[in-house]
Design a protein around this ligand. Structure first.
Ligand code: S3P
Length: 443
């Protein structure tokens, strides 16, 4: 484990790109593997999470390679064409990789074994096991349906109509990917809309999928099973969840002004940007365009004073991964920021609710948890910092507290910087090029 320390940053300046979107990268590989023929992918996120999905798909029969220019090629086996893996599928830290692939294999007639790192083995899988069991798969799992587990795929899948009990794009996607190899129509109803990259990409690969609004403001997604997916090249947009870290770092360090090019702006991912604007941030969006079926733009941000706001629970699905870094912005803002509806944060790579509040308190910021509400009191001035924060195998906790350290009164250390590579390889280099001072530290 490499410990990192982040001390007083220079003002951040410059233009940069962040690595490819993690959610879209997983899906590009999986759908490429389920298409018939060759798909080429540019700007794939080469983070550990996505590399694990690539390795698992290879074990399931797809041919996947990277060329010298960083372009990835997937030779897909077609819907229903995956083969029994001869090894345990180890998805490392990746909940998305594990859950989406469990969906894909659930309707293939073979048995596969899934495992992951200590963090992933703690995370709940019942939310996947339940709908996939209805489709016909069987599972042998530890208490609480946790990994390691075995999926016994079904040879005669049932198409189901499933209403999501939790707003989870991973659960939605697992059901849709299972439904791909079921006859007839698989329906997912989501009472609250979550990221729709799976739907967009299914369309991109030629599947028949319709999405309509429900009377209660949700979505009804209907997928026709057993299509022949056509290979479809694509370029992965920059990850808005990764861009969030340099953006907040620039916002809270006076004198900063940066531009991040080619960031995904899918409205189901941009809740943080809306919230920061409400807090008084000066954000500019330019060169809006569509790439690979997803909206993309260049985002400019200038440092400025922020004030506390109320973040409604309804916004959580569109910024579910951004609360650690929003809480850091709130620590520098003037006044109270109240973030509601954060129950899902307890089952992410770490218990993020506890990790955020605990880390902030160590850094001299008043933060309280009441049920699924997090409240952060900002003084409109840099907090003390000067703490050692445990990353807990959680890349976003690690990055959020390094950003805090850059503008706090004293440096902040994290115990494990390696976890950052799951979603943002090159984070330290990119941030330091913009102006931060993040260095290896003794623990
Ligand atoms: C993801 C969905 C979200 C998010 C995760 C990626 C996805 O999880 O937290 O980082 O790619 O579908 P849930 O859908 O379980 O909330």
């Amino acid at each position: 484990m490499t410990a990192l320390s982040s001390g007083s940053s220079r003002p951040l300046h410059g233009r940069c790109r962040v690595p490819g979107d993690k959610s879209i990268s997983h899906r590009a590989l999986i759908l490429g593997a389920l298409a018939v023929g060759r798909t080429r992918i540019r700007n794939l996120l080469e983070g550990d999470d996505v590399l694990r999905t690539a390795a698992a798909l290879k074990a399931l029969g797809a041919r996947i390679a990277r060329d010298r220019n960083g372009q990835w090629t997937v030779h897909g086996v077609g819907v229903g064409g995956l083969v029994e893996p001869g090894e345990i599928l180890d998805l490392g830290n990746s909940g998305t990789g594990a859950r989406l692939l469990m969906g894909a294999v659930a309707t293939h007639p073979f048995t596969s074994f899934f495992s992951g790192d200590e963090s992933l083995r703690r995370r709940p899988m019942a939310r996947i096991v339940e709908p996939l069991t209805r489709i016909g798969a069987r599972f042998v799992a530890r208490d609480g349906s946790r990994l390691p587990l075995a999926v016994v795929g079904t040879a005669s899948p049932m198409p189901i109509a499933y209403t999501l009990p939790v707003p989870s794009a991973q659960v939605k996607s697992a059901v849709l990917l299972a439904g791909l190899n079921a006859p007839g129509e698989t329906t997912v109803i989501e009472p609250v809309a979550t990221r729709d990259h799976t739907e967009n990409m299914l369309r991109h690969f030629g599947a028949q999928i319709t999405v309509t609004a429900t009377e209660t403001g949700g979505k009804r997604i209907v997928l026709t099973g057993q299509p022949e997916l056509k290979p479809a090249d694509l370029a992965v947009p920059g990850d808005p969840s990764s861009a969030a870290f340099p953006i907040v770092a620039a916002l809270i360090r006076p004198g900063s002004a940066i531009t991040i090019e080619g960031v995904g702006t899918n409205p189901l991912r941009t809740g943080l940007y809306q919230t920061l604007a409400e807090m008084g941030a000066q954000l500019g969006v330019a060169k809006a365009r569509i790439a690979g079926g997803e909206p993309v733009a260049d985002i400019t941000v200038k440092a400025g004073d922020l004030h506390g706001v109320n973040v409604p629970a309804a916004r959580a699905p569109s910024m579910i991964d951004e609360y650690p870094i929003l809480a850091v912005a709130a620590a520098f803002a003037k006044g109270r920021t109240v973030m509601r509806g954060l129950g899902e944060l307890r089952v992410k790579e770490s218990d993020r609710l506890a990790a955020i509040a605990g880390g902030l308190r160590k850094c001299g910021v008043a933060a309280t948890i009441d049920g699924d509400t997090l409240t952060v009191e900002g003084k409109g001035a840099p907090p003390k910092g000067g703490a050692l924060v445990a990353a807990q195998l959680d890349h976003r906790i690690a990055m959020a507290f390094l950003v805090l350290g850059g503008a706090a009164r004293k440096p902040v250390r994290i115990d494990d910087g390696e976890t950052i590579a799951t979603s943002f390889p090159g984070f330290v280099k990119l941030m330091n090029r913009l102006g931060t001072r993040i260095v290896e530290a003794r623990r």
